[in-house]
Design a protein around this ligand. Structure first.
Ligand code: SF4
Ligand code: SF4
Length: 223
């Protein structure tokens, strides 16, 4: 956690709709020994984004549920006695949470225009750019991978009147295999793959490795 966030009341986890990727959901399920139904909801795909899946004729997306003690808060937000709030799944939090409050603007790391932090909280002259850039690239990459997983569902189970439990089973099956594939590739090589993703000037070998991984994801989820 950044020093900035350590003294904040966590307004980014309040009154927000947290859209997650399938790999976020899979990681949280594994680490917390939860069922998808216990922390996810399937809401409308609005605004339209990657990872929209069909339930009948409806396009849906995965969102974190709300807190039983406070429906304005994320289901995983812990309320501490001193008035501070903390993420209860910090190590496994969704990538959309790891990148907040930054975004890419014209390819550079920048504060989101709709940032909920106090204006004085972030000094852009002192942030660690490689950290934020890597997190943002990872978030974009995971969103892209999840988009492939959802599209394979839409071509098969979804268009045949699929149900939410059926979609959860698809997500679990796909990411069981995708996670195993990532382990085979190894963390260092996978990080390198993420860093090269979307780089127009990437070497041929880097481009091939990214393409191979994405093709394998597509193939795994079509089985
Ligand atoms: S990202 Fe902003 S709102 Fe969220 S905990 Fe950090 S300083 Fe607070
Ligand atoms: S998962 Fe954690 S960081 Fe993300 S919104 Fe929920 S409490 Fe906040």
């Amino acid at each position: 956690m950044s020093d900035t966030c350590a003294t904040c009341t966590g307004m980014c986890c309040y009154d927000v709709i947290v859209r997650v990727t399938g790999y976020d959901a899979w990681r949280i399920k594994q680490a917390q020994a939860l069922q998808f139904e216990q922390f996810l909801t399937a809401g409308p795909d609005e605004p339209a984004g990657q990872g929209a899946f069909l339930l009948g004729s409806e396009r849906r997306a995965l969102y974190l549920g709300k807190n039983a003690a406070n429906e304005r808060a994320c289901t995983f937000l812990m309320h501490l006695p001193d008035g501070f709030r903390r993420c209860g799944i910090y190590a496994e939090r969704p990538t959309v949470c790891t990148v907040y409050p930054m975004t890419f603007t014209n390819g550079s790391v920048a504060l989101r225009p709709d940032v909920r932090c106090k204006a004085a909280n972030w000094n852009m002259a002192t942030i660690t750019y490689p950290y934020w850039r890597r997190n943002l690239l990872e978030h974009l990459f995971e969103s892209h991978v999840y988009g492939i997983v959802a599209e394979r569902w839409n071509e098969t189970g979804g268009k045949n009147g699929g149900t939410l439990p059926g979609y959860f089973a698809h997500v679990e099956r796909c990411f069981d295999s995708i996670d195993a594939l990532r382990s085979e590739i190894g963390k260092e090589s996978f990080d390198d793959l993420i860093l090269h993703w979307q780089q127009p000037a990437a070497e041929g070998d880097a481009q091939r490795r990214v393409a191979d991984f994405l093709n394998e994801v597509s193939s795994i989820c079509a089985r």
